[in-house]
Design a protein around this ligand. Sequence first.
Ligand code: PLP
Length: 382
Amino acid sequence: MTAASTPASGRAAWRADFPIFERQIYLNSCSLGALSRQSRARVQEFLGEWEQRGAAAWYDVWWERLAAVRAAYARAIGTPADGVALHASISTATSVLASLLDYRKRPKVVTTDLDFPTVAYQWLARRAQGVEVVIVRSPDGVTVPAELIARAVDDRTALVATSHVYFTTGAIQNVRAVADAAHRHGAWCYIDAYQSVGQVSVDVHAMGVDFLSGGGLKWLLGGPGIAFLYARQDLLPELDPAVTGWFAHARQFDFDPHTLVRHADARRLEQGTPALAAVHAQLGGFEVLEAIGYPRVREVTAALAHDLVARAQELGLRPHVAPEPDARSAIVMLPSADPAAAVTRLAERGIVADARPGHVRLSPYFYNTVEDHVAALEALRG
Ligand SMILES: Cc1ncc(COP(=O)(O)O)c(C=O)c1O
């Protein structure tokens, strides 16, 4: 019996925590993870505290919850609790990173045409200051071989910035090979892991990356407005971003405008007050994921992805995914002549999916079932 078909009551209980399934089949987690009862309860708790206590809640419960959410992000990527900085989005996290590199001797940043464009934008916006952006093209539109990225890196490269899972196709990148290629030339490696942390295994130390970002929106079930940036611990003392804020200050409550003394830990890469409602939604998401356990979440999700690809192939739908099964994640692109119409047809049958140019995108997660796949593929056929 495969993990995807296991009818364990545990799996039914997982799904019961996501009320959207009472009315719809949700197959769009790579856009936005479904809302859990736990996240709703945590946000309600926050609203109650805000209503009843106002700012007094900052000094005990809310401050502690910022630490709790940092620690949970750190656990999700296999690093100590003080190894991550909180951010509002991947864009703000990446802009802090872009502001701490020294481009004078190393003006080049290497990225790819399959990465989410907000990554490239941080450096395109710095071209006037001499930053050179090299965008490696994917030969097949599915993935970018690490060797091609390696060929673009030289001694003038400051950073290689790419994804762990490409949002465009769900292909999983060999991050270790990319990081090694960067390091051979003295460059750093930054990984946008927004589409991976939660659904596939992430261990920043095994991957050998210098920086990595992720967040709540998708596979960590935290909703919009909360993200994180990891930086390699031994680099921290030399990281002094020009884009900063009072949360980076080691003595932020001194309110001293004369000195900027940054935290020794990764908080030195933060900016301002995190969005507390989002922090609470994320804590609810972590309750769900950590109760199930990341290995089990991954096992079930990988089996579902395998099932969906196999069913689509059987129906002749030619899913646009990585050729090697091990390089596939749970983002499944199905070619479509009219993706918007197909997504509308799915919606009419209560199935939430998404359209991308030339494709319908389905992204199952641990709370889905093979019956969801059958229903979606039937609707797509017709
Ligand atoms: C891989 C990836 N990176 C970044 C983003 C966007 O990040 P943000 O809106 O948090 O800046 C997305 C999509 O939401 C994405 O899929």
